[in-house]
Design a protein around this ligand. Sequence first.
Ligand code: SF4
Length: 265
Amino acid sequence: MAKATGSDPSLLALKRRARRINRMLGDAYPYAVAELDFTNAFELLVATVLSAQTTDIRVNAVTPALFARYPDARSMAEADEETLQDIVRPTGFFRAKAASIKALSTRLVDEFDGEVPNRLEDLVTLPGVGRKTANVVLGNAFGIPGITVDTHFGRLARRFGWTTEKDPVKVEADVAALFEPKDWTPLSNRVVFHGRRVCHARTPACGACPVAQLCPSYGEGETDPAKARKLLKYELAPGREELHARMMAAETRAQLRAAGFGLEA
Ligand code: SF4
């Protein structure tokens, strides 16, 4: 993306439009939070490592048993690796993932007294933890602003015209320049939600998109409203109106699962 100075009118216009898009996404997804279940930073760190190449729903299905057995870094560092593999098997790449979570637990014990550090430069030294995972943990477990550039975020940032970069670190820098740090974590969650539900990689549902009027890529996908609605996923999918209404009413994932709702795509 072309760099511009603070008084550059095109940068100001871009910022203004980006912030409006963020507010509209906030109205569309007031319930957008990290889609991995966790109760502390250690659980979120491990769950995020497990989420590589699979869905958050699949990770949420294995983590209750995993954390019941290994609730902290000390117990996971001492875990039998084959037992770990059996538990995380449904998330795919289970040998590598079991090795990663055991190794990162060992490092937490050896280097950080068993606690998850709250600095990006420390988090990225942990086995299996890159910048994206570190930002997920900082933003959602520690309340420290972070932009999480996964495949959805990168694609949407380019479609919104916030960046032309492909490299996640450069995307992160370009987007960070458009928003206040306090907005980075909620923005990340909203954009990822939007990418999963509406603005799909292959055929975005432009005709059913809440930010269509501000999006420079409107028309890249299906613009017919009826056809576009059929492309929507998760709680926005046709026939899931009750689930959507209950999410808008701030019911949690745990409450919705207990009420018998399937939360998958
Ligand atoms: S208008 Fe289309 S391309 Fe733009 S955000 Fe919406 S779905 Fe994505």
